[in-house]
Write a protein that binds this ligand. Sequence first.
Ligand code: SF4
Length: 348
Amino acid sequence: MGKSTTLSTREKKSNPLQKIHYTWIYVTERCNLECDYCFFRHMHGREISMDAVEQLFQLFERVNPPRTLICSGGEVFLAKDNLYKILNEVRRRFPTTAPHIQTNGVLINDEDILKLKDLGVSLEFGIDGKPKETIQHRCGLKPASYNRLTETIVKCMKAGIFGGSTMTVHPEEVDHMEESVEHIVSLGIPHVDVTPAAFMPWTPETVASFKKNYLVMSRRPELRKIAYANEDLDWIEPGTMDLSLHPPGYLFGGDPFLCLPENKRVEFTMWDPATFEMRPDILAFYDQAYTEMHQEHARLPYREHVCHSFELMNKMMGEKYMNTWAINDILRFLTRTHLTLGSKKHGQ
Ligand code: SF4
């Protein structure tokens, strides 16, 4: 294990990170699929450093453990040894933290289902609808592996593992949203997070079609109550941040940083990944970003955390890296729709 992260009293006073909300650990950069819309733009095949994980856990002990710890990748089940080490440590050291996994589901076997149930882990499967729509963009998935995925989902739901899914909508698939959600629900999944694919070539026409089709779907009460929109209603107090730990040991103030190239990860990591010393200038940068993310909107009755975090990516990159005009437009629409129609939020 590496050197302990020690903050002096003076550093603590000036440290804007006082409390942790959510934390993501990207266990591996490897994946068995090559989705055309993958948000993880720059994979290098690296694994998470378990020294860095230990340093993160020590940070939890000094500040506070997060409400939810999300293990993600790449595909986490390609790195099962480290995944289970992390989950076992979380259960032992942070009993109030809910462990969660984001997975493409293809590599989960019966033994895993038993372990996950025992560890109290919730699962979030990446599945975009019926085989055609899913295989079309989740490249590497074949009819046989798609069937294995749906069998695994059904087994997990029957085993009583709490599960949801992220349904990523490629602009080419906007006309299939309703049947895609219906299909995912038919597998027993109680929550579907319908998400526009961020880096894809959206046009004003496909954005309009997304909205039109989503509205039709959300007027059906049985579908509306399982669909989750980024309502952005969670208010997190000043000094509270989300964290994400990326291979080999970069630490960031939230989760969208997966799309950053290596030079930007080096520039914006909160701690030095070799010594785990915090970088006060970068902590101050995130503090400012969070202040902007969580301010009340001048005209809207909600905060726009996700929209601001995508704008932050463009700011870090110094260019219009993400097509925020389309993604933020859709996210605002989803928020408005769910507020208007009174849908239930994920996990409630
Ligand atoms: S399964 Fe996830 S990490 Fe892997 S390529 Fe697809 S979107 Fe990217």
